[in-house]
Design a protein around this ligand. Structure first.
Ligand code: ATP
Ligand code: MG
Length: 743
């Protein structure tokens, strides 16, 4: 193939080119939306490769979403005229997984660890809370899971968190539960998302030799959306960057929108201190949006105090003004948006160039319902999505256990789905063995089956299940993995369960399962697919499909569309209530940055709307137009609102903001000092039975013992933890020592 030298630099402006070819130390590209930061980053990678300054394996590039990573890879490939094989380009999480798989044992894991999603995470925390006798209605597991996530965002492992960091939460035991949670994750050989970054930091800090391997490897590090790195990611980068003189970060302080997840805009402002001798390049020409859109966005963001401030210009033609519309309620808003989209469709605009960007996830529902009614194809990006649907989770759990039998959470999910007569009592038996022998549930089942601990139906069902999993796992060696998964779903009875289901959802579920096997076909192996799904934070886009995109403003970062709809600009919704309750300006300014991100996603058209009424917890409330509307310059607006509604807005009616009982703010938990809990682990399900960790009776042949199911008997033989016992009533049995007490 012929590569024209420097063809990749064509079309770049002078500043962009400077950033692309820069040699000689750390580089920060600090610039507003749509100025080509991401393009610079991509072209810089291509430049390094084309000029032979780097081999693909020496490049590490970090992006914020999987979607961005995919786009960047494609772009690099087209610039260099071939695939960039061997390059590490992905999100912090995806790269974290790759690192941890190689050194899992150094952080107490095995290399085939599973990655939990938030659902698994919350379920696990709930179990721990219950085991501690903590009321999970008062102290919800979901919130504790959030607290733990924020600790991880700051790279704080349990030993760096003190008992009072979460105040009264969980009766002051939040830090203790965190410790137990980490221990439990290690036991089941699993990690959560936060661990993917935190474990790397711990690993590199504790093992300089391992870190040095990465220093030798990565000679060029590039980071997009640097303004949104949190403390853990920052430490992660700093550790890696110690080894390379070539670090290039790009970002925009005005687009820092993850403060609530621990992102530190300070990281970008401190760049010169962290990387002495750094060069800073600023880009001012915007290539994305029309002057109306750019002016409106710049005017709005100028209301923020804490910012560096920057100039943006464009030489695009003027285009349309921003449409501003007041509507009666959410239903009308969705209908209006639907009508506008139909009009665009009639004018031959591609649906893929249209996005609805909402402030809060729940807002998508009304649009989704409307679009379904209209038969308008749409996709939800980044929200509750395909892989979170129940049947998909079940199918994935089967796959997870097949690949990794130690995955207890997956095993628990499906061991009785479809029903196989295995209730709580079977699980309880398995849990006792699991705890006592420190093995997975799967292995515990295997061991129980070698004895008489399981009876009748339980024994048969579990026996079949284990045999099936062993067989399916063996199939993966020779057979096509898609066929294996189809076999699993058939032979497990799962597909039949849905076929027999008469509920209206069943058919859609079967279609979803079919779609799952379609997705599977894009991967070479089942483990590769599982890892892909575990890492999905945004909905995979199906190439070539023309659909409207619906997503939160947060998920829209870095993306661009010809037409953008921005609904729900009302006080309490956008800016959201938490920001309004916040005493300082920080919350409000972050909301304003979100509005800036939203507007600057639009190339040609932006539609902002607000409703006069919203339903909140099934009650209608009058809504007050967002203060951000007043911050849009009127010269850039085309007001198409109903006159009466608009009057409310122009009168600047920002008096009594919607009063809401916002409840207890867990994020600003007090600092009441509660001593570190010393409660030791107790088995969550069996407080009433023999303490699992209690003293083991010294078992020897001839001894009289008591078994919970079979009563009294005498030991005939001891084989490890298996005992042959002649029971007084039940006769000879093989049992496990976990169920035995000295009589
Ligand atoms: P954001 O802050 O939203 O992430 P960004 O600074 O990363 O924006 P890009 O997404 O890289 O900006 O670029 C915005 C748009 O402008 C893209 O469509 C890109 O292809 C285009 N663009 C960038 N630079 C040029 C250029 N020199 N000539 C023509 N188009 C350009
Ligand atoms: Mg970008």
């Amino acid at each position: 193939r012929v590569v024209v030298p420097n063809a990749h630099l064509e079309g770049l402006n002078e500043e962009q080119r400077k950033a692309v070819v820069h040699e000689g130390g750390p580089l920060l590209v600090l610039a507003g939306a749509g100025t080509g930061k991401t393009r610079v980053l991509t072209t810089r990678i291509a430049h390094l490769l084309i000029t032979g300054r780097a081999r693909t394996s020496q490049v590490l590039a970090v992006t914020f979403t999987n979607k961005a990573a995919r786009e960047m890879l494609d772009r690099v490939a087209s610039l260099i005229g071939g695939a960039a094989d061997g390059m590490w380009l992905g999100t912090f999480h995806a790269i974290g997984v790759r690192v941890l798989r190689r050194h899992a044992e150094l952080v107490g894991l095995k290399s085939n660890f599973t990655i939990l999603d938030t659902d698994d995470q919350t379920r696990l925390i709930k179990q721990l809370l219950q085991a501690e006798g903590i009321d999970d209605k008062k102290w919800p597991a979901r919130i504790l899971s959030g607290i733990i996530q924020r600790w991880k965002d700051r790279a704080l492992p349990p030993d760096k968190v003190s008992g009072d960091d979460a105040g009264e939460f969980a009766n002051g035991k939040a830090a203790e539960i965190y410790r137990q949670y980490q221990a439990r994750l290690a036991e089941v050989n699993a990690v959560d998302f936060g661990d993917l970054v935190m474990h790397c930091v711990t690993l590199w800090q504790a093992h300089p030799d391992v870190l040095a391997q990465y220093h030798r490897r990565f000679r060029h590090i590039l980071v997009d959306e640097y303004q949104d790195t949190n403390v853990a990611q920052y430490l992660w980068l700093r550790l890696l960057a110690q080894g390379t003189p070539d670090v290039c970060c790009v970002g925009d302080d005005d687009q820092s929108i993850y403060g609530w997840r621990g992102a530190e805009v300070g990281n970008i402002l401190r760049f010169e201190k962290d990387f002495p001798g750094a060069t800073i390049v600023r880009l001012e020409r915007n290539y994305r949006s029309t002057p109306h859109i750019l002016a409106a966005a710049s005017h709005l963001i100028a209301h923020n105090e804490g910012r560096l401030g920057k100039t943006l210009w464009t030489d695009m033609t003027e285009g349309e003004r921003i449409s501003l519309r007041g509507v009666w309620d959410g239903d009308e808003e969705a209908r209006t948006v639907g009508e506008e989209i139909e009009a665009l469709q009639r004018d031959k605009h591609a649906l893929s160039q249209i996005a609805i960007l909402v402030r809060a996830g729940f807002q998508t529902r009304e649009f989704e319902e409307r679009f379904i009614t209209m038969g308008l194809p749409y996709r939800v990006i980044g929200g509750p999505r395909f892989y979170e649907r129940q049947e998909i989770r079940d199918a994935m759990a089967y796959c997870r256990v097949t690949v990794q039998p130690d995955d207890d959470l997956a095993f628990e999910r499906i061991y009785n789905t479809p029903r196989r007569g295995l209730g709580e009592s079977a699980l309880r038996t398995l849990r006792i063995i699991q705890r006592a022998q420190k093995v997975s549930l799967f292995e515990a089942t295997r061991r129980a089956l070698e004895t008489d601990e399981l009876k009748g139906r339980q024994r048969k069902s579990l026996g079949d299940l284990i045999k099936n999993f062993d067989r399916w796992r063996a199939m993966l060696d020779g057979m096509n993995h898609v066929e294996v998964v189809e076999t699993i779903l058939d032979e497990s009875g799962y597909t039949d369960m849905l076929r027999l289901d008469r509920s209206p959802e069943a058919e859609g579920r079967l279609e979803n399962l079919k779609e799952l096997t379609n997705a599977l076909q894009e991967f070479d192996t089942l483990p590769a697919f599982l890892e892909h799904v575990a890492l999905l934070t945004d909905n995979a886009e199906r190439a070539g499909s023309d659909m409207v995109s619906v997503m939160t403003l947060h998920a829209a970062k870095g993306l661009e569309f010809d037409t953008v709809f921005l609904p729900g600009w009302e006080e309490g919704l956008f800016p959201n209530q938490r920001a309004l309750d916040d005493k300082g300006l920080a919350g409000l300014e972050e909301e304003r940055r979100l509005a800036y991100v939203g507007l600057t996603r639009a190339r040609k058209r932006a539609y902002v709307s607000f409703a006069a009424n919203r339903r909140v917890f099934n009650q209608w409330q009058a809504a007050i137009p967002s203060r951000f509307l007043r911050e849009l310059p009127t010269e850039q607006l085309a007001e198409s609102s109903d006159a009466g509604l608009y009057a409310t807005y122009s009168a600047g009616h920002h008096g009594g903001l919607r009063e809401q009982a916002s409840g207890f703010d867990y994020e600003s938990l007090g600092v009441t000092s509660v001593g570190r809990s010393r409660t030791r682990w107790r088995d969550e399900t069996f407080d009433d039975r023999r303490a699992v960790e209690g003293d083991k009776p010294d078992l020897s042949v001839g001894q009289r013992v008591f078994h919970q199911k079979f009563g009294y008997g005498r030991i005939v033989a001891v084989d490890g933890n298996k005992l042959d016992i002649e029971f007084e009533k039940a006769g000879p049995k093989k049992v496990l020592d976990s169920f035995i007490e000295a009589a």
